[in-house]
Design a binder for this molecule. Structure first.
Ligand code: A2P
Length: 294
């Protein structure tokens, strides 16, 4: 299918396909990146309490002058806040200086302590129940809720009791981490997938991969555009290229329609070059149900 420019969530809300990612975007750089992106056509910004840049992201949004209702803004509940989502939501709204979030995600199904250890005395499913309560009680503050870094196994556990089906599951997706099982499952359940680290994160080998560079040459675009376009060419998929560099922020918004053969060729990269930029084991909960992390 041709690339999309937006997708519709299970709430009926419209989410622009390409958003600016801000994982690893430092305070001091991210304000400008957000402002520049919004002044140059982006309408979707993704951040997280855990990135420790929400205040600066909020400053960038204000500086851009973009009316709030024209922006799709996502942030995430940090792992150490799983025991108190209500306070964490208020803190995020304050830092971002916004009355509401378009999307609030549980960052990981992995409650943690403030000193970075697994908090095994708390169940992430209870966190989800509280997020649902907040969403149902405060439609003025939360337009949608969802999850991030959820495997099929964890989604099945959640959906067995959920009152609200997550609008989105944000996971790592690129040719070396296609996660077909999660993709198929989410599509069946009407859950939009958002691709983080679509380029493979910092110093990615994918930018030099010969399949990627060959397709880039054909379309006269950069390798990054092929990797971002791959995600935008999938149904029910949004994508978050991260950059703090003006020229790249501008460039990354350029999407091309790929052929089915090209998509299949890019897909085949995983067979010989699999990697994750972000392995879930850092949370202290092992592979959290992802088959390639066992
Ligand atoms: P920077 O932020 O310094 O511009 P991902 O989106 O997969 O997380 O990848 C982010 C990484 O890719 C960052 O190191 C970012 O650098 C870099 N990057 C972003 N856009 C491009 C591009 N068009 N070409 C090359 N590298 C890029």
């Amino acid at each position: 299918m041709p690339a999309t420019s937006s997708v519709t969530l299970n709430t009926g809300a419209v989410m622009p396909t390409v958003g600016l990612g801000t994982w690893k975007s430092q305070p001091g750089q991210v304000e400008h990146a957000v402002e520049f992106a919004l002044k140059n056509g982006y309408k979707h910004i993704d951040t997280a309490a855990g990135y420790q840049n929400e205040t600066e992201v909020g400053q960038g949004i204000k500086a851009s002058g973009l009316p709030r209702e024209q922006l799709f803004l996502t942030t995430k509940l940090d792992n150490p806040d799983q025991r108190n989502p209500a306070a964490a939501l208020e803190a995020s709204l304050k830092k971002l200086d916004t009355p509401y979030l378009d999307l609030w995600l549980m960052h990981w199904p992995a409650p943690m302590t403030r000193d970075g250890k697994a908090d095994k005395g708390h169940d992430w499913l209870d966190t989800w129940k509280t997020m649902e309560d907040l969403y149902l009680a405060h439609p003025d503050k939360l337009k949608a809720i969802g999850v991030s870094n959820f495997s099929v196994e964890y989604l099945e556990r959640l959906l067995a009791v959920a009152r609200v089906v997550p609008a989105v599951n944000q996971i790592e997706l690129h040719p070396s981490c296609p996660q077909d099982d999660v993709v198929e499952f989410c599509q069946k359940k009407g859950i939009v997938l958002t691709a983080y680290s679509p380029l493979g994160s910092d110093n990615s080998p994918l930018l030099k991969n010969e399949t990627v560079t060959k397709i880039a040459q054909k379309y006269g675009v950069q390798p990054a555009n092929v990797l971002i376009s791959l995600q935008a060419n999938k149904p029910m998929r949004t994508v978050l290229p991260k950059s703090v560099t003006n020229e790249r922020i501008l460039n990354n918004a350029k999407i091309v329609d790929l052929t089915t053969e090209e998509i299949n060729e890019l897909h085949a990269i995983d067979k010989t070059h699999h990697f994750r930029a972000c392995h879930p084991s850092w949370t202290g909960f092992g592979g959290i149900g992802f088959p390639d992390c066992k």
